[in-house]
Design a protein around this ligand. Structure first.
Ligand SMILES: Cc1ncc(COP(=O)(O)O)c(C=O)c1O
Length: 366
């Protein structure tokens, strides 16, 4: 029987987000073993042992509902980042906070301004709310924040900025972000999505957290999925004015972060040496991988994150499929407007070498 339920046109026409393929799925489909996943910007070292221990210790309490608002995690985040606990909100991954904001603010006739080459979920969350996704061309591979400010009109409810950006790995200096906030009217929400902030070591980069005091229309997002290695637990956070958070809480589901995610995240936050080691390691591997790519004659976008956008001599989807057959999972980036590029997450040296070798093979350079 065919499905006959009536679906609104804006949902029918939505193209869903395509996540990175899990290792097990690829191995099952292609009959491979020993596959390496470089597709979702995950931490190649796994979670901090302290987070694992906290999660394990929590198992006997799984019959209880979690703290609805995540009191202790908000407290820990507040302490760690030097911000009032009343200015912290949790999400089932930071992506849920984007969806919550879209649900709270968007409606037919309204628009959200974003960069054409930004994280694809901005567009999807906007279209799912039946609003217009107003995509502004990038300046090269970096957000053009002045053009984004100019794209704001009386129907704009949100401006979304990934800083650093996924999938380009580029960033905008804090001074540009501060200017954007001066230029965007104060009745428009500005979301600064800083999922990769911990990896950046540029003097002119900074979190927008310091701008919160001056701009109650600002929401700054962070996540435990990347540097903290807890992507599977789905926990992210937002910082904003208490009145803004009260608005978001209205459309947040009551237990949106699990109890186990909350305790693991608190422990992960307390293990900053784990974070430091990974960030330092990532920097070495970034220099190595980019050096090798340059030697091999590949063009790529210099990145301040834990991934690199590599340009290929043909449709990225084809190279993605060929790399899959070599047991290397990357991400073709047509979804974000880069049909000739793959995004590769840095791994440990062995994984990075596997990628380089497979890439050379599928491009006929080995
Ligand atoms: C820019 C950006 N924001 C948000 C997310 C979502 O992260 P989370 O796992 O916290 O939902 C990602 C994940 O890839 C991302 O790249």
């Amino acid at each position: 029987m065919a499905l006959r339920i009536r679906v609104p046109a804006h949902i029918r026409s939505l193209t869903p987000y395509v996540p990175g393929k899990p290792v097990q799925e690829v191995e099952r489909e292609l009959g491979l073993t020993d596959t390496v996943k470089l597709a979702s910007n995950e931490n190649p070292f796994g979670p901090s042992p302290k987070a694992l221990e906290a999660a394990r210790n929590h198992l006997p309490s799984l019959h209880f509902y979690p703290e609805g608002g995540g009191f202790y995690l908000c407290q820990a985040l507040g302490r760690h980042f030097g911000i009032g606990q009343d200015r912290v909100i949790l999400g089932n991954g930071s992506v849920e906070l984007i969806e919550i904001a879209a649900r709270a603010l968007l409606e037919p006739g309204a628009n959200a301004v974003m960069s054409a080459g930004a994280f694809a979920m901005y567009r999807i969350a906007t279209l799912a709310a039946n609003a217009e996704a107003r995509e502004v061309p990038m300046a090269g591979r970096t957000h053009d924040l002045s053009a984004m400010a100019r794209a704001v009109d009386a129907s704009t409810r949100m401006v979304l900025v990934a800083n650093p950006n996924n999938p380009t790995g580029t960033y905008n200096p804090l001074s540009e972000v501060a200017r954007l906030l001066e230029e965007v009217p104060s009745d428009v929400l500005v979301i600064l999505d800083e999922a990769y902030k911990e990896f950046v070591d540029r003097r002119d980069y900074g979190t927008a957290q310091g701008l919160l005091e001056r701009h109650p229309n600002l929401l700054v997002l962070g996540t435990f999925s990347k540097v903290y290695g807890l992507a599977g637990l789905r926990v992210g956070y937002g910082f904003g004015h208490p009145d803004l958070l009260a608005l978001l809480h209205k459309v947040r589901s009551p237990f949106n972060t699990s109890s186990i995610a909350q305790v693991a995240a608190i422990a992960a936050l307390g293990d900053q040496s784990f974070v430091k080691n990974y960030v330092a390691f990532n920097r070495v591997e970034m220099a190595y991988l980019c050096g090798r790519l340059a030697e091999m004659g590949f063009a790529f976008t210099p990145s301040v994150t834990n991934f690199v956008l590599v340009d290929l001599p043909g449709p990225a989807e084809d190279f993605y499929q060929k790399l899959l057959r070599e047991g290397v999972i990357v991400r073709p980036m047509a979804m974000s407007g880069f049909p000739g590029s793959i995004r590769v997450t840095l791994h440990r040296r062995e994984g990075n070498d596997r990628f380089l070798k497979a890439l050379a093979k599928v491009c006929g350079k080995s």
